[in-house]
Design a protein around this ligand. Structure first.
Ligand code: ADP
Length: 379
């Protein structure tokens, strides 16, 4: 007769009011007593667990591990909770596993050592915690994304504002100077000086106009308000117009070489987009090349497409900056002393892409760059 059975009334009295499951084992790890919470938790009848090994309620994969723990634990004979820092599971009679928390209390009774395990089924708590964790993770992710977007937007705004103020300040102040000086040249024979200032004003206004067009173009691109018109037109007409305008911006000694053999070339494309792309490339070639250099416009007719190249002998693009050249607002290190916004190439490339055309380049720092627009030809 078991000591616990002998004292079953006392054990009963003490353990039945407890909501935790109580399982008492002897040093051989045999179950010698359980309360009804434990029976219910593991799905056994009253007394069904008695004399069974503690392994009965522990999933197989923990068996050896567990025995080691219990041995050590009994030797040390001290109170502690199990499963700290790792997940602990119990197994029901029907084989179903569930997460538990267990506190182990060794004690001696009539000279024998026992361990009383206080067991709590934490399925719900675990589900709740996991759910909560999921919700928190999800929310954190959403908030982080929202924050990043907000930050990006405000950075863009700041950048845009400083860009606009910076880019507009210089041309506007030189226009103001020219206008002030113009007012002072009142004599008839000062026409030459007047012309010079009128020219400066025209140039600066043209420059501001291109920047504004770039900004508007960005807005239209980003809001999807672009309407392209595919029309047939002679390439030479467009090239002539763009080069004509560009000639006014040339530095002393710079010249633009026209492409050969394009007189009879009729292409079908959105004319405004090609004009925007080509003028961007030629203006850049002028801007990023020193005096006394040649800018060459070359047209290559391939079987399925047409390449329009703009080749310069300018400052080139440092290797490390090349991969960013088409990023909006990006400007290479060696370009920072020249005025610019880092917008032109980005929008030209996007517009061209929308029309199945491409914009690429090759460049060697201090030697020059070649930018190439490739547009598909209808065959
Ligand atoms: P922006 O000229 O206003 O800075 P772009 O978008 O036209 O803007 O060009 C982006 C960057 O690409 C320039 O800042 C410059 O660093 C580089 N770049 C473009 N064209 C040339 C060129 N022909 N030679 C050297 N660098 C160039």
């Amino acid at each position: 007769m078991h000591v616990f059975q002998k004292n079953s009334n006392i054990f009963h009295l003490l353990s039945e009011g407890v909501s935790e499951g109580i399982i008492v084992v002897n040093t051989k790890q045999q179950i010698v007593a359980t309360n009804s919470s434990a029976n219910e938790m593991f799905g056994y009848e009253k007394e069904e667990l008695l004399d069974k090994s503690i392994d009965t309620v522990i999933p197989k994969r923990y068996h050896t591990d567990h025995n080691k723990h219990v041995d050590k634990f009994i030797l040390k004979s001290e109170k502690r909770s199990m499963g700290q820092g790792r997940e602990l599971y119990g197994v029901k009679k029907n084989g179903q596993e569930f997460p538990v928390e267990a506190g182990l209390n060794p004690f001696k009774l009539y000279g024998s050592t026992y361990v009383m395990a206080l067991i709590t089924d934490i399925t719900e708590r675990k589900n709740y915690t996991e759910n909560l964790e999921r919700i928190v993770q999800e929310r954190t992710k959403q908030l982080t994304e929202a924050l990043a977007k907000e930050k990006e937007l405000s950075e863009l705004k700041t950048r845009f504002l400083s860009l606009v103020s910076h880019e507009f300040k210089t041309p506007l102040s030189s226009i103001l100077t020219s206008v002030t000086l113009l007012g002072k040249y009142t004599k008839t024979d000062e026409q030459k000086k007047r012309d010079k200032h009128v020219n400066t004003i025209r140039n600066k206004v043209m420059y501001l106009d291109t920047i504004l067009n770039d900004f508007l173009s960005i807005e239209r691109l980003d809001s999807g308000k672009m309407h392209y018109k595919l029309e047939e037109f002679p390439l030479s007409k467009l090239v002539n117009e763009v080069i004509y305008d560009a000639n006014m911006l040339l530095k002393p000694g710079q010249q633009i070489k026209y492409p050969e053999n394009i007189d009879d070339l009729i292409i079908k494309f959105d004319e405004k987009t090609l004009e925007l792309g080509l003028s961007n490339l030629i203006y850049n070639a002028i801007k990023y090349s020193p005096e006394d250099t040649t800018i060459e416009v070359i047209v290559n007719r391939k079987t399925t497409n047409l390449e329009i190249c703009v080749k310069d002998e300018g400052i080139g693009i440092p290797k490390k900056d090349q991969k960013h050249i088409f990023d909006r607002y990006f400007r290479a290190e060696n370009a920072l002393l020249t005025q610019g916004t880092g917008i032109g190439l980005n929008i030209a490339k996007q517009h061209l892409k929308n029309l199945d055309a491409t914009l690429d380049f090759s460049s060697v720092e201090n030697q020059g760059s070649t930018f190439t627009i490739t547009i598909p030809l209808e065959i």
